[in-house]
Design a protein around this ligand. Sequence first.
Ligand SMILES: *[C@@H]1O[C@H](CO)[C@@H](O)[C@H](O)[C@H]1NC(C)=O
Ligand SMILES: *[C@@H]1O[C@H](CO)[C@@H](O)[C@H](O)[C@H]1NC(C)=O
Ligand SMILES: *[C@@H]1O[C@H](CO)[C@@H](O)[C@H](O)[C@H]1NC(C)=O
Ligand SMILES: *[C@@H]1O[C@H](CO)[C@@H](O)[C@H](O)[C@H]1NC(C)=O
Length: 490
Amino acid sequence: MISGATAKRFPHCLSFFVDFTIMIALTEKDRPVAQRLLSFGACPRCVLRFCRVGLQASYRRPHKELLSELCEFLQSGRDENKLSCETENPPCKKIKLESTKEIEEQTLNGSHQLSHVDNNINAAVENYAAWLLVKEEIGKQDLVVEKEDLVQIKEAYKWIIHPLLLEELGVPADGKSLFEVCVVFAHPETDEDCCFLASACPGCFKPTKNKQALDMISEEDFHRNFGSPPSLPKTPCIAVDIQCTNGAIFVAGRYNKYSRTLPQTPWIIDGERKMESSVEELISEHLMATFKADSFNFSSSGREDVDVRTLGNGRPFAIELVNPRRVYLDAAEMKVLQQTINNSSDKIQVRDLQLVTREAIGHMKEGEEEKTKTYSALIWTEKAIRSEDIAFLDNMKELKLNQKTPLRVLHRRPLAVRIRVIHTMKSEYIDEHHFRLHLKTQAGTYIKEFVHGDFGRTKPNIGSLLGMTADILELDVESVDVDWPPALDN
Ligand SMILES: *[C@@H]1O[C@H](CO)[C@@H](O)[C@H](O)[C@H]1NC(C)=O
Ligand SMILES: *[C@@H]1O[C@H](CO)[C@@H](O)[C@H](O)[C@H]1NC(C)=O
Ligand SMILES: *[C@@H]1O[C@H](CO)[C@@H](O)[C@H](O)[C@H]1NC(C)=O
Ligand SMILES: *[C@@H]1O[C@H](CO)[C@@H](O)[C@H](O)[C@H]1NC(C)=O
């Protein structure tokens, strides 16, 4: 066995050593660190990690080969500094623990206080204990190395496993793929190792920006509570679960809503459903079935009331599909999906259904306030009217409204007075008490309130303009002028 005292002498002999840097990418200054780690049985890969070796291929070398090379490297010193690599505990077990624990996704349950803690903490305790030893060695050489400079266990694990995956599956593995494989490791033997932190350093588990529990305990407290060097595990860790997930995909399109009893999103009050279905559900159930996703998130360019239809080219919407098992449909398949949705209900239809990127969804939301919408409103008047009585509305252009937040939405919107613009109007006489009004407005204008006035909260309004009580019987959205998603030819 090699003692710390032996290592201490190394820095003086550096210049006499044979250069092994090419083979295992270690330099002379790494020698004491390597020796200290090997002496308590750390695995050769961890030696590379703590010596900040970034050469990925080194980590893939067989354990035995790596170890004997490390030994040669250590033994290449002058006689009195030669090191024996025969340790009582063969160090090979350590790699299994060290290289894999970091990617554990288990939640700690050693203590209730720990349940929200970074799930890597167990392996981190051993890692940290080793780091303190390394830091001591490095300090002797007057070098400054930060813990963050070390090769993380997770990184080393990836360097080893990625080429193996490529070999096995024939597909390259890289960190940017949307397909994520999560391997869950457990090591019951050391599960409790971090529990001392809860009592030794109660403050360690208060969530702090960019700081983990181990950054917060003092080195003295750590040493007092946790053995140094860390003891060698007797058992390797086991992979207990493999979880595969796909990054979310996004499907966009436009929908028409032909029903006056269909809300856009599920209408549930106090856990009780008020309406049978919703636009969101009628569309997403088919997307969920096709893409076999775990869940979805529906968004749209504005929304219409339950009793308002959306006609014309429809309203842009996008649906995020979380962890889909299927990630792609070609144009023909997408059309079949669209047809399936169209066939499934007479309350809604969709068009321009397509895969889009997460970023593109921003186009749907941006400049929403500036966009225009056109509506068609069926209006009732208290007094009898003639065609001539309403014709003047057609000549009004860019009519400015002061709209106080409508009474019917006050429970969810702040009280404010907003200025909205009716760009154009076109009236269509029906009978003495009814006419239809086509309006082109700034997005966000409350049309119902513009017609009946909302007890004077919207000024001017159709009632005040006509000098009589008016009310709205039906409203349809004729177009939502957002040029996203791109129209597809059918
Ligand atoms: C965590 O520990 C508590 C108390 O020992 C126990 O009641 C609970 O079931 C445990 N939870 C898990 C997920 O093991
Ligand atoms: C759902 O989508 C909206 C809008 O794109 C976004 O703001 C929100 O964070 C998403 N929610 C989830 C749970 O992904
Ligand atoms: C679905 O219905 C919409 C609206 O009527 C129509 O534009 C679209 O072409 C239909 N799609 C298919 C595939 O039938
Ligand atoms: C949709 O309905 C039409 C007419 O009934 C039918 O020809 C077509 O096969 C259906 N398509 C799908 C995908 O359900």
